[in-house]
Design a binder for this molecule. Structure first.
Ligand code: GLC
Ligand code: CA
Length: 524
């Protein structure tokens, strides 16, 4: 591969800004706080931060309801704070990605205020307004991802508007060229300021079927799954016209430079996901690949899905892997503390750009949230179905102080109860900690071309062992992961006979012919 871009070689780190670092004692993280912690991220060894939404917002969905795309919410700081953060990132060689939320605005956005003002308002068609069904109910059976009908009745103008998420998040009408222009203008606004790219929220939702037909029922649905799964989102997502919009966004980014990156949040099966790289014309650089979040933690399953994903990539399409984010249970809770280390090794040795979720590097697990402290609208609307996202959004722990160095106030969500020991300062001083493992993995990945740009090749294995090779020119590396909690024999392939163990998730004493329980090894 000639001349890979930073977003191919590098590693992305997701910051949930409310929970990273507070600088003014209100218990909510902010931009000055992030800036103050950049050196710790440089020490860890990441290349870019993606910051979840920081724009003015009523916070019905904690910033994913944007009331002004070109401003900064006062809870997070000011535009000067933002410019300062961006400059501080660039001074350290870090890139900064913003979270672009194009599918819907806040219902407090001035555009929506105009749109709902009257049926003949010039912005009426910027959102999705429909008459009631013949019986008087909602126009169709589409269900909000947060439960209930996706249609909200507007008494004043006698129509329903569509919201794929909360009723406080009305969907924009991307079939309207004025919407497209206005939103591409938002991208230009931030690109002109110098941001290095965007993570694009729910990209596959952006266009709906023009006729709004009913979605088919989901034959596998049970109430425990949550309401959104009651119907299959056949007509409400992943419509062919979304690709034209993705191409438009890409043209804007490419107009600046090939280093400005677009990452699409897309939960779709691999075949459909691949379309978002662009067929014919380029779309997003990285359609997020969430398979490590969703797949069962079994060697055979993972081996197959990695090989299938590699095989499905279109020519020139660069792979990527995600282990966690602000919507899904944390890796340490899904896999347990030992396998979370093996998972880190997998994430950082696969071919393609990894995204690390803040806190995973200290092995943070889902934090139980007492009922009276629940704030996630998803949980509040559909309680007790395991949909709560608060547990994965809790404050970062920096030291063993009373509020873990996160704030001097009352944290907006509770800290994990072992923060006195599970914090960055403690783990930086401990070569056996998961933070140190992440740092070592990141350093090795940066140092070795086989890891950051090399080919990926499966290696024959059995039982709980997942093994693969990475190869670049003459450089050969072997990764062997024991996904089980018992020792496992491994038949070292002949070509790897001379390789030395460079890193083990379990420290000294590794023997590649016999892996210890929960051990991952890199040989090179
Ligand atoms: C995305 C975000 C999620 C948000 C939703 C609606 O899935 O990751 O946090 O609630 O979009 O914007
Ligand atoms: Ca604050």
């Amino acid at each position: 591969m000639s001349d890979p871009q930073w977003w191919q070689r590098g590693v992305i780190y997701q910051i949930y800004p409310r929970s990273f670092q507070d600088s003014n004692d209100d218990g909510i993280g902010d931009l000055k706080g992030i800036e103050a912690r950049l050196d710790a991220l440089v020490a860890l060894g990441i290349d870019a931060i993606w910051v979840s939404p920081i724009f003015p917002s009523p916070m019905a969905d904690f910033g994913y309801d944007v009331a002004d795309y070109c401003g900064i919410d006062s809870r997070f700081g000011t535009m000067d704070d933002f410019d300062s953060l961006l400059a501080a990132c660039h001074a350290r060689g870090l890139k900064l990605l913003l979270d672009f939320v194009p599918n819907h605005t806040s219902d407090q956005h001035p555009w929506f205020a105009e749109s709902r003002a009257s049926r003949d308002n010039p912005k009426r068609d910027w959102y999705l307004w429909r008459d009631p069904a013949p019986g008087g109910g909602p126009p169709n059976n589409w269900i909000s991802d947060f439960g209930g009908s996706a249609w909200e009745w507007d008494e004043a103008t006698g129509q329903f508007y569509y919201h794929a998420f909360l009723k406080e998040q009305p969907d924009l009408n991307w079939r309207n060229p004025e919407v497209v222009e206005a939103m591409l203008g938002v991208l230009r606004f931030w690109l002109d300021r110098g941001v290095d790219g965007f993570r694009i929220d729910v990209l596959w939702h952006m266009v709906k079927h023009a006729d709004f037909p009913d979605n088919p029922p989901n034959p596998a649905w049970t109430p425990a799954m949550g309401e959104m799964f009651r119907v299959l989102q056949l007509h409400s997502t992943d419509q062919p016209e979304v690709h034209g919009i993705a191409r438009d966004m890409r043209r804007v980014a490419d107009g600046y430079s090939p280093e400005r990156v677009l990452i699409g949040e897309i939960y779709l099966p691999v075949e459909r996901l691949m379309d978002y790289y662009g067929r014919g014309a380029p779309e997003v650089h990285l359609p997020f690949n969430f398979q490590l979040i969703e797949a069962p933690w079994k060697a055979e399953t993972l081996a197959r899905l990695i090989a299938d994903y590699e095989a499905a990539l279109p020519a020139g399409g660069w792979p990527n892997w995600v282990l966690g984010n602000h919507d899904r249970p944390r890796a340490a809770s899904r896999f347990g503390p030992e396998q979370a280390r093996v998972a880190a090794m997998l994430l950082l040795t696969l071919r393609g750009t990894p995204t690390i979720y803040y806190g995973d590097e200290i092995g943070l697990a889902d934090v139980p949230i007492p009922a009276e402290r629940v704030v996630d609208p998803r949980e509040l609307r559909e309680p007790g179905k395991g949909l709560n996202r608060d547990p994965v959004r809790t404050p970062m722990a920096w030291d063993d102080g009373d509020t873990a160095g996160f704030t001097r106030g009352e944290p907006w969500l509770p800290l994990h109860d072992d923060w006195r020991t599970r914090n960055v300062a403690a783990q930086r001083g401990d070569p056996g900690s998961i933070w140190s493992l992440y740092r070592d993995l990141l350093a090795l990945r940066r140092e070795r071309a086989a890891l950051h740009v090399g080919d990926w090749l499966p290696v024959e294995c059995a039982g709980d062992i997942l093994a693969y090779a990475r190869r670049h020119g003459d450089e050969r590396m072997l990764v062997v992961l024991n996904l089980g909690d018992r020792p496992q024999p491994f038949a070292i392939p002949e070509w790897a006979g001379e390789l030395a163990v460079l890193l083990s998730t379990r420290g000294a004493g590794a023997d590649p012919a016999r892996l210890r329980a929960d051990e991952g090894l890199i040989l090179g």
